[in-house]
Each structure stands twice: as C-alpha cells, then as structure tokens.
Design a protein around this ligand. Structure first.
Ligand SMILES: [Zn+2]
Length: 272
C-alpha cells in the first residue's frame, strides 16, 4: 500500500470539497456531493460504510452509547459532562467524515486492509481525512495562528493552545480531540493528551504526539504528577512543572506542561 500516495489523494479530495467552505462544514452536503446517503440503523453497533462498490451508504448506530470508534472503546462518550446532544452530533460528524474517507480509499482502488498493521494505516488515513475535511487547511492555519513559535512564555503559550483548540472545536463543530489533532498538525511543537481515570491511576488514552508517543502511559494518583492532576477542578487550566514528568519516560523532554479538567476528562498540553 502506497501510504504517502493515498494520503495525498485524501488531502486533495478534502481540499477540493471543503477547502473554500465556511465553518462548520456541512457533512450532509459533502455526502450528497459524493452520492452517499447517511442512515441510522439498529443493525450496526458502530459507524460503517456499506456497499461501496454498488450503492454506498454510511450507517450510524441508533444507540448513542455505542457510537464511539472501536479503537477508543472505554472512553466516556461525553467527556464534557454537559451538552451531550451537541457532543453526540459532533461525534456523528467525525464518524461520517471518517467513513467517507474509506469510500474515497475504495474509489482510489485500495482493497481491504491486509492484516492488523494495514488496518490501522487505513484508520489513520481516514482520521486524517476527517480532520482535513472538517477543518480545512487555510481555516485550520488561521485558527492556530495565535500559537507562538518560541517558548519564552511557554506556560502562557499552553493556556493559549487550550483556548485555540476550544475555538477550533466550537467553530468547526467537531470533537475536542479532532481539533487537538488538527492543532498539532498545524503546529507540531504542541501535543495534546487525553486521560481518563481508573481507580488508582490516570491513563493516557489518546495522544496527538508523533508515533502515538505516550499512549497507554499510567500515572498513579499517588505520584507527584497524579497528586497535582487530582487538584484540578472542572474548567481549571493549570501549568505544571515539567520536572513532574521526569518519572514517566514517554512524557519526558518537554519544555512546558499544562493540564485542564473538563468533566470526567483530563487533558494535558505539552510544548515540545
Ligand atoms: Zn474506519
């Protein structure tokens, strides 16, 4: 599989379709352009593209509790703890855009993934396509412009980065994590982590760092970093001393760190 070539095909398709559009991009209009209806179905537990060769259709599950991508099975559906209807709709938009990516890969002559490695490459390509489609390049660049290039005020910069991602999330009407990935795409010196808490530890569930760095990292609540994170209340954004990360090798070598708690979710921004 020519990963780079297919990436370019998907990027060009996203730019062609939504590059000149205003935010939020209408997913229905985009699907109509590609001739793909969207339907909710009792028959599926996850979003799916069916019949790509004859009569393509994108199915969305009926039940909101099953709507998360399979690769993120244990994340709470609504990390914000509020506005769940809107969160669900943002997820739906992401899922539909992702499935459209599969259709475009199919139309570009890409067969079914061969083995696990290729499956994840497909998934990654379709996630990238969803980001490019819902946050087109020039708008993503414009929204991330406030991010500074140097780190004289690194901590302040991280607070700005949280605000930039929040703005991308609401303007593009996408899940926070999609906006965070897009911000990292545009400004690779920023990375974002999404953590969940399970009993005695926090765990990194999603990372925007290259090569999924830090994925799965466990931070015991009793560690110094864990104790600092526990102090955060909903809506807090707090800078953390980078030294707190030293005992976690996958998180080491960062210039600055800030954390934000939103409902049950914990987000960390890193300056690399
Ligand atoms: Zn997929």
């Amino acid at each position: 599989m020519n990963f780079v070539g297919y990436r370019a095909i998907l990027y060009e398709a996203a730019e062609r379709v939504s590059g000149a559009k205003a935010l939020p991009v209408s997913v229905r209009e985009v699907c109509a352009y590609f001739g793909v209806p969207i339907r909710r179905s009792e028959a599926t537990r996850k979003a799916a593209l069916i019949h790509p060769e004859t009569a393509p259709e994108i199915l969305l599950p009926k039940s909101p509790s099953t709507i998360l991508p399979r690769s993120w099975p244990t994340l709470p559906y609504n990390l914000n703890g509020n506005d769940s209807e809107r969160c669900r709709e943002a997820w739906d938009r992401y899922l539909v855009a992702h499935e459209l990516g599969h259709l475009l890969l199919f139309r570009a002559g890409v067969g079914r993934p061969f083995g696990r490695g290729e499956y994840y490459l497909h998934e990654e390509l379709c996630d990238s396509f969803a980001r490019w489609l819902l946050l087109p390049e020039h708008l993503a660049q414009e929204l991330t412009r406030p991010l500074p290039c140097n780190w004289t005020q690194a901590t302040e910069a991280l607070e700005i980065s949280f605000r930039v991602v929040a703005k991308m999330e609401s303007r593009a009407f996408v899940p926070w994590i999609l906006a965070a990935f897009r911000a990292s795409d545009c400004s690779p010196s920023f990375g974002f982590l999404l953590l969940t808490q399970a009993e005695s530890q926090y765990r990194v569930r999603i990372t925007t760092l290259p090569n999924k760095r830090a994925i799965g990292t466990r931070i015991p609540l009793r560690s110094r970093l864990g104790q600092e994170l526990r102090l955060l209340r909903h809506g807090d954004i707090r800078p953390l001393a980078p030294e707190l990360l030293i005992e976690f090798p996958s998180l080491a070598n960062v210039t600055a760190v800030a954390a934000e708690r939103v409902g049950r979710g914990l987000r960390i921004a890193l300056a690399l």
